[in-house]
Design a protein around this ligand. Structure first.
Ligand code: UDX
Ligand code: ADP
Length: 480
């Protein structure tokens, strides 16, 4: 029986291994992590991450061919194939601070693999930020190999949160990068054999190591660039009276462009886009490609601009001050159908409003108070470390309350900011909400999910990204 061990039981490792276990009953899959609380949660009925469809699969396979354990060394030493999916935070000090990936966790995982291995292994890089990681790991392993043959593969993950299970069950492509030596080719084939249990042959692409890694950075940079492009257009639409939804619909009809991923928003978030682009920028700079680096930097600048613009719209509409005013925040996750808050635009928007002394009442169907408080008090980049190694959260932010109902969040509020496109926000009783708010009542839709016309009929003053402006907002500055 082939044994797979995955180091890192997070958003990537957990769902990916669950699907491999489901589709390959003859393979034993063990997911290991240094975080006891994460592993305990995987072994309980309350999984540590929310992902539609995941619970079903875990329930079907757990205890049969899918196991979760903190005994990292035992399972690594027994495995034939080891996936590594540990944190790759952005460096906060030293060379490349603010951009380059910190490979501390990767390096310690690689050294541990070298120490405990007694048989040949295939080591698969499946981290979120590949930056010549495979090559670095190959060096650590081969210099400590004690005669063991280690083959390194890069197998970047393209799943998107909220649709992870669907993406894993029916991927657009699976990418396997490896060495072009006979042993390298054998390792590539071994991993292809795992995926070919359910992925059609023509969707499994093989490349060299660095091409696989760079493809992942490139794909995320292209996707983020699309959002920054449409968000840049949204600012122009507001200034000129066009409607960004109409513009992106028309643009997306061009088959060369396509309709997906063109929704203007308050900005993109998530653990990948910003980090991947920062790494791309760093790699370009290290290679002397200043113009290329600046090109990609602009994608992040526009994203920051979009978040600032949103905060400025809120403050300037409400008579240039939100001091002491209650503002309801609907949605804190970085997108719908996930409880993940890493790099969510809600952090910057909330911090911006708190900077202007607002009182925030936050509701998100999947995010608990502790997590919101941590996000609002943590320093930039601290989120990407194993939970037990993160700095303790300092005092909670007092002007923030977290509630479990949208009606509660909006009661007595001066304004509402919709920051995540949860389906339930589309069908709220906005008439009832309006009646329970201070007047004038403001609605700022950062995800374009409400019907602007209907909301205006109810009586709200409405701002919706990239839509023709309410007369109230026309002369208010949106850029600081
Ligand atoms: C992304 C990539 O899609 C995935 O392939 C990769 O493996 C990891 O990074 P993820 O971050 O989970 O996945 O979510 P994604 O659906 O890409 O959304 C990222 C951000 O962009 C979210 O904040 C989302 O709300 C925002 N977004 C997306 C928009 O603002 N507009 C859009 O049209 C699409
Ligand atoms: P991703 O989104 O890439 O899956 P996560 O942060 O959700 O990232 O998961 C990474 C996981 O890796 C965390 O649960 C962390 O505890 C774990 N981890 C980090 N370093 C090690 C290590 N050396 N051994 C085992 N697990 C590790």
């Amino acid at each position: 029986m082939v044994k797979i061990c995955c180091i890192g039981a997070g958003y990537v490792g957990g769902p990916t291994m669950a699907v491999i276990a489901l589709k390959c009953p003859s393979i034993e899959v063990v997911v290991v992590d240094i975080s006891l609380s994460r592993i305990s949660a995987w072994n309980s009925d309350q999984l540590p991450i929310y992902e539609p469809g995941l619970e079903d699969i875990v329930q079907q396979c757990k205890g049969k061919n899918l196991f979760f354990s903190t005994d990292v060394e035992k399972h690594v030493s027994e495995a034939d194939i080891i996936f590594v999916s540990v944190n790759t935070p952005t460096k906060t000090r030293g060379l490349g601070a603010g951009k380059a990936a910190d490979l501390t966790y990767w390096e310690s995982a690689a050294r541990m693999i070298a120490n405990v291995s007694k048989s040949n292994k295939i080591v698969v890089e499946k981290s979120t930020v590949p930056v010549k990681t495979a090559e670095a790991i190959e060096k650590i392993l081969t210099h400590n190999s004690k005669g063991i043959n280690f083959q390194i593969l890069s197998n970047p993950e393209f799943l998107a949160e909220g649709t992870a299970i669907q993406d894993l069950l029916s991927p657009d492509r699976v990418l396997v990068g490896g060495r072009e030596t006979p042993d390298g080719k054998k390792a590539i084939q071994a991993l292809k054999d795992v995926y070919s249990n359910w992925v059609p042959e023509d969707r499994i692409l093989t490349t060299n190591l660095w091409s696989a890694e760079l493809s992942k950075l490139a794909a995320n940079a292209f996707l983020a660039q699309r959002i920054s492009s449409v968000n840049a257009m949204s600012a122009l639409c507001e200034a000129t009276g066009a409607d960004v939804s109409q513009v992106s619909h028309a643009v997306g009809k061009d088959t060369r462009i396509g309709p997906k991923f063109l929704n203007a928003s308050v900005g993109f978030g998530g653990s990948c886009f910003q980090k991947d682009i920062l790494n791309l920028v760093y790699i370009c700079e290290c290679n002397g490609l200043t113009e290329v680096a600046n090109y990609w930097k602009q994608v992040i600048k526009v994203n920051d601009y979009q978040k600032n613009r949103f905060v400025n719209r809120v403050v300037s509409s409400m008579f240039n001050t939100v001091s002491g005013k209650k503002i309801a925040i609907l949605g804190f996750a970085f997108k719908k159908d996930t409880g993940d808050t890493r790099e969510t635009p809600a952090i910057d928007v909330c911090k911006g409003l708190l900077g202007d002394k607002a009182r925030l009442s936050i509701y998100d169907p999947q995010v608990i108070e502790d997590q919101i408080q941590r996000e609002l008090s943590m320093s930039k980049y601290d989120w990407d470390h194993p939970t037990h190694l993160q700095p303790m959260s300092p005092s909670t932010v007092k002007q923030v309350s977290v509630v479990w109902d949208a009606y509660e969040a909006t009661r007595g509020a001066h304004g509402i900011c919709i920051l995540t496109e949860w389906d339930e926000f589309k069908t709220l009783d906005y008439q009832r909400i309006f009646e329970n708010m201070q007047k004038p009542a403001f609605l700022f839709d950062g995800r374009n999910i409400v019907n602007v016309q209907k909301m205006r009929e109810i009586g709200f003053i409405v701002y919706s990204i990239g839509k023709p402006l309410d007369p109230w907002l026309k002369d208010m500055p949106s850029v600081a």
